[in-house]
Write a protein that binds this ligand. Structure first.
Ligand code: HEC
Ligand code: HEC
Length: 479
């Protein structure tokens, strides 16, 4: 636990505003973050209409509301040292061998993979969106899929990543906040995994620098997959011969935490993708892909109609201000903003301080108080309820929140301070446009999991439903 939450834990106990979800191991990284993220590096692919909002290469960066802070990320070697000193696993420190092993190259039998992605998603280029240490290969993605859906990664075999990030539910869980082991509830909403391949940071507060770093967290989180040491998890997986064989072929090692995080990240990059929506078809030249309401919504959102389209509207470009933050091919600036979500007017404070809480002392900026990462709007029709606390149920409520100018508080983002004065029809149009960002359906076939030492193979479907709360005492309920 101490390691899982890193330096945040003592704070989390002292100050109830600091919450963790899906790990918290953001400061344990096994791979460097992708050097460039979509907000700065990538052109707004296919986004012909984004001229007025999309960052252009070479042009000065847009006003940044929250300063970019590099979160102090511990290298895996530091994690190992803590493990050896005791850390959470004082009773069972996880020796280096469980975290990482030197590859025996002669064991590796895998082939490179170039995934076919829906337009306009840019290719998953090595060193741009894929860390150099974790190139995409076929066997790795297949292994990652099994681990993603395998409830044996959790302490009692009831929770998998898909419990909270179910591909059938827009890669989230459809609940305001997510439920983990023993029915324990966290305080944040499970974000979609869709298009996180292009994310510059992970989590609502951006505390993890990569998908690889992110994937190490939930497995050890006491309210997600259980209070267990890495040694326990990896030892359990090493009893499954099918995993040992696959790790050898993919990584040339036995089962390790490093390999597990890499395989899961590779699976997410290749599979959790959203594109080829009605809007993408429109920008690709199918001018009939959007109806009039969706087109008006697009303009209000901040995106120009195609110059080839003779569609006429008196909708004011960017009246709804959305592209101030939801910009580029993945509809996010990858920045952190305060919309007033979670502001408690009686206490005059935020229970969850968001980005501010994970920023090192000495680098904190008031604009980070109550600020959270701009999520993609792609597939928003499938990812409700919305916001970091799941407090807004529908897209209509989301638009209403922006229309009234957010929740007033001392740290509110400048782009929200004025009410938008959208008419009822205009609100409907913006919602219609967001629905036109629903990506093409990509069916994810559940994997067949390797048999355990008892010869039994768990059904990945069993973990798609959140576990019921346990009433009896269970060690993992002690926080
Ligand atoms: C009990 C529910 C639960 C489980 C199990 C769980 N997650 Fe999460 N996940 C969350 C929550 C809640 C967050 C947001 C936490 C935060 O921002 O502090 C999150 C965040 C994430 C993110 C960041 C997305 C973004 O846009 O920033 C990724 C990626 C992710 N989880 C993948 C995984 C993987 C992989 C696993 C399995 C190893 C997993 N999750 C297991 C609930 C869960
Ligand atoms: C100042 C930047 C900013 C502007 C302007 C903005 N957003 Fe957001 N948006 C965010 C941030 C940040 C969040 C997450 C906030 C949180 O959880 O506290 C968010 C969340 C959302 C979500 C929820 C997504 C999810 O998965 O939970 C939707 C939908 C959304 N915005 C749509 C819009 C629309 C439509 C507009 C224009 C009317 C708009 N946004 C304007 C920054 C912005």
């Amino acid at each position: 636990m101490r390691r899982t939450f890193g330096k945040l834990l003592p704070l989390a106990l002292a100050a109830p505003f600091l919450l963790a979800g899906c790990g918290g191991a953001g400061d344990e990284t096994s791979a460097p973050p992708p050097p460039a993220g979509p907000a700065t590096g990538a052109p707004a692919a296919g986004n012909i209409a984004a001229s007025d909002a999309a960052p252009k290469e070479g042009s000065p960066p847009r006003k940044v509301v929250t300063p970019e802070t590099v979160i102090d990320s511990k290298g895996l070697s530091k994690v190992v040292k803590e493990e050896e000193k005791g850390g959470e696993a004082a009773a069972s420190p996880s020796p280096t061998d469980y975290l990482w092993q030197l590859a025996k190259d002669e064991l590796i039998q895998d082939e490179p993979l170039t995934p076919k992605l829906p337009r306009p998603l840019p290719a998953l280029t090595l060193n741009v969106y894929v860390p150099a240490a974790n190139p995409l290969t076929k066997g790795k993605v297949e292994l990652g899929k099994q681990l993603y859906f395998d409830p044996r990664v959790s302490l009692d075999g009831t929770v998998s990543c898909a419990t909270c990030h179910n591909p059938e539910k827009g890669w989230t869980d459809g609940a305001p906040v997510s439920t983990g082991i023993d029915g324990l509830k966290g305080d944040r909403s499970a974000p979609t995994v869709l298009n996180t391949a292009y994310g510059k940071t992970m989590f609502w507060d951006g505390r993890a620098p990569s998908l690889e770093a992110q994937a190490q967290g939930p497995v050890q989180n006491p309210i997600e997959m259980g209070k267990q040491s890495y040694k326990q998890i990896i030892e359990r997986l090493r009893t499954i011969s099918g995993y040992r064989e696959q790790f050898q072929k993919v990584f040339g090692t036995d089962v390790t935490l490093d390999g597990m995080a890499k395989a899961i990240a590779a699976f997410e990059r290749v599979t959790a993708v959203s594109g080829n929506s009605k809007y993408d078809k429109y920008t690709a030249g199918d001018l009939k892909a959007l109806d009039d309401s969706e087109k008006r919504g697009m303009v209000l959102f901040g995106l120009r109609a195609s110059p080839d389209d003779d569609f006429k509207t008196d909708a004011v470009l960017k009246k709804a201000m959305c592209t101030s933050c939801h910009v580029g091919f993945n509809f996010t600036d990858e920045q952190f903003h305060n919309l007033g979500i979670g502001w408690d007017p009686a206490q005059k404070s935020f229970k969850d301080k968001g980005r501010w809480a994970v920023t090192p002392i000495g680098a904190r900026n008031n604009a980070e108080i109550g600020a959270f990462k701009t999520p993609t709007v792609r597939d928003a029709a499938r990812t409700g309820p919305y916001m970091h606390d799941g407090s807004l149920k529908t897209l209509e409520e989301v638009v209403e929140h922006y229309n009234k100018g957010g929740n007033p508080n001392p740290f509110l983002d400048n782009d929200l301070k004025k009410p938008l004065n959208l008419t009822d029809q205009e609100k409907k149009d913006v919602v219609a446009f967001m629905k036109a960002l629903t990506g093409e359906e990509i069916a994810v076939e559940l994997p067949k999991l390797p048999a355990g030492p008892d010869g039994k193979t768990p059904d990945p479907r069993s973990a798609l439903k959140a576990p019921a709360p346990k009433t009896a005492f269970h060690p993992s309920t002690v926080r």
